[in-house]
Design a protein around this ligand. Structure first.
Ligand code: NAP
Length: 282
């Protein structure tokens, strides 16, 4: 598996397995298949309510903990400084691990500046290797940069051929931040996967349109963690390292219409402010 080196010196596997909207039973059934298929990078979050299940799979995996890269994310209820350290400890406890490889602030609301200080302290305490942000605009990333002792290593945002994030990437180009793409396959959008800009190269290289999308991400420098419960898709999504899109093919993909599936609102939406009890995981 190829890796990228982040601005803090740690490496991150370019492809992972995302477990958003997976129940604990689905994690128990499919995460071992993903690890057996070769995935070494797992993307979860407090708000996915499946960290306990992820931790159980990791504990019983034949692959050693240090050979896995685990990401989790904190929701805004955890951001106040007095709360944040406790919630980082609770995250580690649910995952059954004494460190996570990457911890993100999941949403750009509330006391994210104070949370960043707690995240930096967690790095210094060895509880977290790398820290980053998710769904933050360039302006909000700069609010963190203004106070940061540790520069964010990663920014995880919606990114796919219909929302290539070129403007955000250009705005943050001097930070060395690695971009992670959520909805890397457009959340399974059939219209996207039927685009001639994708099906053309797919036919030429003997690949699927989904593999062409993931190859485009790779050539864009994006880290991805497509979610799938389908073993064939799981294998396909790893099989993107034996072909290269030409400049012309990349340009055609970059020329697709740009429209996100989700607009990050300025004010926190209801799902962000709802108080959550992460101890309730089946
Ligand atoms: N930070 C954030 O706010 C945020 C938000 C959303 C997601 N995420 C992260 O991003 C990860 C991925 O996002 P996502 O799961 O919503 O969207 P996604 O990975 O873009 O799309 C998943 C969909 O694509 C299908 N699929 C996967 N591989 C395929 C293939 N080779 N061919 C055809 N279809 C394929 C899957 O169906 P099958 O099961 O049938 O393969 C599923 O319906 C999440 O699991 C999570 O880790 C983060």
């Amino acid at each position: 598996m190829q890796s990228l080196t982040m601005n803090d010196g740690h490496t991150i596997p370019v492809l992972g397995y995302g477990v958003f909207q997976m129940t604990s039973a689905e994690v128990a059934a499919h995460l071992p298949e993903a690890i057996a298929a070769g995935y070494r990078h797992i993307d979860t979050a407090n708000a996915y309510f499946n960290e306990v299940a992820v931790g159980r799979v990791v504990a019983s995996s034949p692959v050693a903990r240090e050979d896995l890269f685990i990401t989790s994310k904190l929701f805004p209820q955890s951001y106040p400084y007095a709360q944040c350290g406790k919630d980082i400890d609770a995250t580690l406890e649910r995952l059954g691990t004494d460190y996570v490889d990457l911890l993100l602030l999941h949403q750009p609301y509330g006391e994210y500046v104070s949370a960043w200080r707690a995240m930096e302290e967690a790095v210094e305490a060895g509880k977290v290797r790398s820290i980053g942000l998710s769904n933050f605009s360039a302006a909000k990333v700069h609010e963190i940069l203004d106070v940061a002792r540790i520069v964010p290593a990663v920014l995880q945002v919606e990114a796919h051929p219909y929302w290539n994030q070129h403007a955000l990437k250009a705005a943050l180009a001097d930070t060395g931040i690695v971009f992670e793409a959520w909805y890397p396959l457009g959340h399974g959008d059939r219209t996207l996967l039927a685009e001639p800009a994708l099906t053309g190269p797919a036919a030429r290289y003997g690949k699927t349109a989904a593999q062409v999308v993931l190859r485009w991400h790779l050539q864009e420098g994006n880290v991805t963690f497509p979610k799938t419960l389908n073993p064939q898709h799981m294998a396909d999504n790893l099989d993107i390292f034996d072909f290269t899109l030409t400049g012309e093919e990349v340009a055609a993909i970059n020329a697709l219409p740009q429209r996100p599936y989700y607009q990050v609102p300025d004010e926190p939406p209801a799902f962000v402010t709802t108080v959550m009890d992460y101890s309730r995981q089946a």
